[in-house]
Structures are given as structure tokens and as C-alpha cells.
Design a protein around this ligand. Structure first.
Ligand code: ATP
Ligand code: MG
Length: 573
């Protein structure tokens, strides 16, 4: 149950709506029970009056008015309760999702890199949805149940103490026993159901996303079968769930029936000081109506297992400490955007093999450094350490004389513009995809930038409103890369990090982009990763990385004169 605590705290903010929902639910229930009880009494009392001489004195009007009032009250109450409690739970879910996102984003990429996208999606959607069960299926019905039992026992006690206490005791036993029994019965299956639901989503998404690849390699049917199996397991869990729900209701009806017989037998000789009279009907019909009070509790606790599993899955995310933490305070720096790596080492997942090994590198403000090296040598990793994608395990990185760990997040983001090796296109329009780099940019500015990177063609037809990403216009690899370049140039930070920005571009476009870069490079500190050793003579220095280490560093001419590894690379290309 402790797993639910972080979520119950969020309930506090919506206490008014949630409590009002419960009060309305209680009033609705009271109207329901009142309706059945008073109708039962009214019918028997009217029959008795009809047979006796007191026919003329019998007040038909008042009970009829109550019956009408309860009927209308029940309908209006149910409507009001649905509106209020749905409103409150939807607001609660909104808060929960925002809360979850706030906890999730600082964990990217470090802590969640081992989670599948589909699994994360399932946590955001299904597991968070399960959190409203805590209110709708547990807190609300149990509170209403306890108050309802007290009220109904008090009512019967008013007529006959013995009958009221017996009924109260029986109802209390049911209220306590059913949750325990059905929580135990549903626990294992509920936990499995939550897991299998996630598995089903993951396998379905795998199959859907990789469909063309799977078909080409003849593996589609195998993945399809895996998806079918996951679905079968889920359906089996749902079937067990339905059986348990059915059993809970059936046993409750049975218990209610026996209680009814018992109460009828106990009340048969008369209620309280009265002899056998229509008051017997009050007791019997009130007992009968109690099923409405207990029904929501009967099946609810089998879902507790699911809810707890969902809470645990969410807690895995929200209780994780981010690997990278930024200070709140403003950054004190010297305004000269130099970059210094001081004996920096880093390995992924604390692997023995270091992706960056004892790197010391000094890039003065306004300098341009090219980083070259074979694939897998650690170039991208070295660059990703600058925006604190990951934190170094040894050594220190300083930007503008200030250690990276003392940089406030928003100031660090403003200082660094990046073209990453893999450019992500978001599900949105062309404008959305560019403006994220500079929210204040006008359409004119965006269009000019697109022309500069040679993407004028994207401006034809719907222009900046063209839909990219999922279900939108498919972009070629080179087009995506140039969107990435346009973003970085729009962002216009004093430090520019480029990870193979011209890869996949033809010679002519590459030349055009390089000329554009030369214009933008002025007064910027530039780190330029490349495989293609073109125009490197325009760089201030070149840094050759091998197996995570800087093996050569100097200007193009110096390195050629050394006739070392850079010279050899130049010869082979
Ligand atoms: P390329 O020229 O192919 O882009 P690179 O020099 O940029 O290569 P990196 O991407 O820095 O190389 O990778 C360096 C090493 O770290 C590689 O062995 C790679 O497999 C490993 N690596 C990269 N990213 C991760 C990650 N997220 N988790 C674990 N290992 C990683
Ligand atoms: Mg790389």
C-alpha cells in the first residue's frame, strides 16, 4: 500500500471535488435505499389500511411525495455525482501525467535508456489510468459503505435496536470480508494482467513499426505469433477477472438473500414494541436495498492487485534520482565561451571499456576544432558530454571557465547549439519542427533559413504548415539532416556542436552547407565531427580520436608534417 502514497498526496489538491463526489454518491444511495424501503412500507401499509377501518385516516399523500422525491433525487444525484467525480478524476489524471512527465524528463537518456518506448508509453497511458481506480473503486465505495452501514443501522435501530445492530453487524462483516477475500483471489491475476497488457502493447508496436523489415526477412509471421500469444495471455487474465467479478457479485447476492430471510424471521413477530405490522416491510426492504451499498465494494478489491502493480511500475520512474542534476542558481562565467576537457573519462553503464579515456583538450573561445576518427572511436560521446547528456566519471569539463556542473540548465542550453548525428523529426508541421530551436522566430526568418540550407522545395504547396513526422511528408536522410542544421543555426548559441552535419549530402550540397557554416562560424566556438576530411585546412585545429583517446592534436599542416595517423588517414581518403 505504501506504493500508493505518492499518488494519494496528489489527491489533496482536488479534495473538494472528490469529497463532493462522495457526498453526492452517498445521497444518491440514500435516495435509492429510501425509495425501496418507503415503497415497500407504503404498499404494505396501504394494503393493511385498506383491510381495516382506519382506511379514511391513512395518509396516502405524504409517502407518495417521498417516493416521488426519492425517485427524482436518485436520478438527479446520480447525474450530479457523475459530473462532479468525473471532473475531479480527470483533473487528477491530468495532474498525475504532468507530475509523471516532470519526473521522467530529467531521467532521459540516462535512467530510461534501457526501457522500450512502448513500455514507457504504456506507463504513461494505462498505468496512470489505473491510479484513478484508487478513488473510484476503493476510497469512494469503502467510505460510502461505512457511512451507509452506520446510517441504515441507525435507521433500523430507531425502530428496533436488536434488529438494527444485527443488520449492522452482518453488513460490517461483509464489508470487511469481501475486500480481503477478493483482493487475495485477484492479486496474482491482476499483477499478471498489468504486465501482460504492457507486453501486448510492446509486441504490437514492434510488429507494426518493423512490418516492412519483418516482411522482407520473412520473420513477420513469427512476430505476429508473439503478438497473438501476448494477446491470448491478456484475454485469459481478463477472463479470470470476469469470473472473479461474477463470483463476488453472486456471493454477495447470496449473502444478501440469507440476511433477508434472517431479518424477515427475526422481524416476523413485530418490530420494536409493535406487533406484526407494516414496519416489518421497512426492515425487510431496507435489508434488500443494502445490496446497492455493497455491490461496488464486492468486485473492487480484485483490481487492487492491478493498481498496486501499476503504482510500482510508475514508482520505478518517479522515485529514480536523475543521473544529471542541474543547479538552480544563475551561472557565473567569464563570457568567453572556451571549452576545456581536463583528464575526462567516461564509460557507458560503468563498463570497463571507456568510450572516452583521459581526454584533455583545450578549445579557446572562437576557435574551430574538427574531431576526426574511425567509427566507434568515441567522437559523438565526447561531444555529448558537453550538453550533459551524460556526466563524466572522472575529470572535469569547463565552459567559459566554469565547471559544467555549475551551469544552470537553461543557460547551458542557450549557450550550446547542436546538430546531432541522428536528427529527430517530431510529429508536427515544418514550422513546429523549426521553431522549437527559436520560439520567437517569424515565418519569414524560418523561410530564409530553409532557403539557406537548400530546402526551398519544402516551402512549395503548404509552406511552413506542411505536416512532417508520423503520417506526414516523408523526408529523405539528407533533408532531415538539413532540418537539423537549420535548427542549430536558428538557435544561434555561442558554441556550435556539429556531429557529421554533411553526412549523406552530395558534393554540391555539402559545399553549399560548408559555405553557410563559414558565415555562421564567426565569433563562435565550434566543434565539428566529421568522417570526410574536406576543408579541414580552414579549421584552427584538428583532433584525432582513437579508442576514446586523443592521439593527435594540431593544425592541418602540422599534423600532415608529423606524418602520423592523420597523415595516413588523409592518404587513404
Ligand atoms: P561514429 O563515427 O560511427 O558515429 P563515434 O566515434 O561517434 O562513431 P560513439 O557513438 O561515440 O562513436 O560510440 C563510442 C562507443 O560507445 C562505441 O563503441 C559505441 O558502441 C558505444 N556507445 C555509444 N552509445 C552508447 C550507449 N548509449 N550505450 C552504450 N554504449 C554506447
Ligand atoms: Mg558518432
Amino acid at each position: 500500500m505504501r506504493d500508493l502514497l505518492p499518488y494519494l498526496k496528489l489527491y489533496k489538491k482536488h479534495w473538494f471535488g472528490l469529497s463532493l463526489g462522495m457526498i453526492l454518491a452517498f445521497l444518491t444511495l440514500a435516495a435509492s435505499i429510501g425509495l425501496l424501503t418507503i415503497s415497500g412500507w407504503f404498499l404494505s401499509a396501504a394494503a393493511v389500511a385498506g383491510l381495516s377501518a382506519a382506511k379514511k385516516d391513512f395518509n396516502f399523500m405524504l409517502p407518495s411525495a417521498f417516493v416521488r422525491g426519492f425517485a427524482i433525487g436518485r436520478t438527479a444525484g446520480r447525474w450530479g455525482e457523475r459530473v462532479v467525480s468525473h471532473n475531479a478524476t480527470f483533473k487528477l489524471l491530468t495532474d498525475l501525467r504532468i507530475f509523471f512527465f516532470q519526473k521522467l524528463t530529467p531521467l532521459i537518456p540516462g535512467k530510461v535508456s534501457n526501457l522500450r518506448d512502448a513500455d514507457l508509453l504504456n506507463r504513461v497511458v494505462a498505468d496512470i489510468d489505473a491510479m484513478d481506480h484508487v478513488y473510484l473503486r476503493l476510497i469512494s465505495p469503502v467510505t460510502i459503505g461505512v457511512v451507509g452501514i452506520a446510517a441504515i443501522s441507525a435507521l433500523i435501530c430507531y425502530f428496533d435496536e436488536r434488529l438494527g445492530l444485527i443488520l449492522g453487524a452482518i453488513l460490517l462483516v461483509i464489508l470487511l470480508a469481501w475486500p480481503v477475500i477478493f483482493y487475495k483471489l485477484g492479486k496474482g491475476n491482476g499483477a499478471e494482467l498489468t504486465q501482460n497488457k504492457a507486453d501486448f502493447r510492446i509486441t504490437t508496436l514492434d510488429w507494426l513499426q518493423g512490418f516492412s523489415e519483418l516482411t522482407i526477412f520473412g520473420a513477420e509471421s513469427r512476430y505476429h505469433q508473439a503478438m497473438d500469444k501476448a494477446q491470448e495471455r491478456l484475454l485469459k487474465n481478463q477472463l479470470v477477472n470476469a469470473h472473479i467479478s461474477g463470483l463476488a457479485s453472486a456471493l454477495l447476492m447470496l449473502a444478501n438473500g440469507w440476511t433477508l430471510i434472517l431479518m424477515l424471521w427475526l422481524a416476523a413477530d413485530g418490530v420494536g414494541p409493535h406487533g406484526p405490522d407494516p414496519l416489518i416491510a421497512v426492515v425487510v426492504f431496507a435489508t434488500m436495498a443494502c445490496v446497492e451499498l455493497l455491490m461496488p465494494i464486492a468486485g473492487a478489491f480484485q483490481f487492487l492487485g492491478q493498481t498496486l502493480t501499476s503504482a510500482r511500475r510508475l514508482n520505478e520512474i518517479i522515485l529514480s534520482e536523475p543521473e544529471v542534476q542541474f543547479p538552480e542558481a544563475q551561472t557565473q562565467h567569464n563570457g568567453q565561451f572556451s571549452i576545456e576537457f581536463d583528464e575526462v573519462s567516461f564509460s557507458y553503464n560503468n563498463d570497463e571499456r571507456k568510450a572516452v579515456n583521459q581526454v584533455s583538450l583545450n578549445i579557446p573561445a572562437g576557435n574551430r576544432v574538427a574531431i576526426v576518427g574511425q567509427t566507434g572511436s568515441g567522437k559523438s560521446t565526447l561531444m555529448q558530454l558537453l550538453p550533459r547528456y551524460w556526466d563524466v566519471q572522472q575529470g572535469e569539463i569547463r565552459i567559459a571557465g566554469t565547471p559544467l556542473k555549475q551551469w544552470n540548465e537553461s543557460e547551458l542550453r542557450a549557450a550550446i547549439s547542436v546538430v546531432s548525428q541522428r536528427v529527430d523529426i517530431l510529429n508536427g508541421s515544418l514550422r513546429d519542427n523549426l521553431i522549437l530551436a527559436k520560439p520567437t522566430a517569424t515565418d519569414e526568418e524560418l523561410a530564409t533559413m530553409l532557403r539557406q540550407v537548400g530546402l526551398d522545395r519544402l516551402l512549395e504547396q503548404t509552406g511552413l504548415d506542411a505536416w512532417l513526422g508520423d503520417g506526414g511528408r516523408q523526408l529523405s536522410g539528407g533533408e532531415k539532416r538539413r532540418i537539423g542544421i537549420a535548427r542549430a543555426l536558428l538557435h544561434d548559441g555561442p558554441i556550435l556542436l556539429l556531429d557529421e552535419p554533411t553526412e549523406g549530402l552530395d558534393k554540391q550540397t555539402e559545399k553549399q552547407i560548408m559555405t553557410l557554416f563559414q558565415q555562421h562560424f564567426t565569433n563562435k566556438t565550434v566543434v565539428f565531427i566529421t568522417h570526410r576530411l574536406v576543408e579541414l585546412d580552414t579549421m584552427d585545429s584538428i583532433c584525432l580520436v582513437e579508442q576514446g583517446q586523443v592521439v593527435e592534436h594540431g593544425s592541418h599542416d602540422e599534423l600532415l608534417a608529423q606524418q602520423g595517423r592523420y597523415y595516413q588517414l588523409n592518404q587513404t581518403l
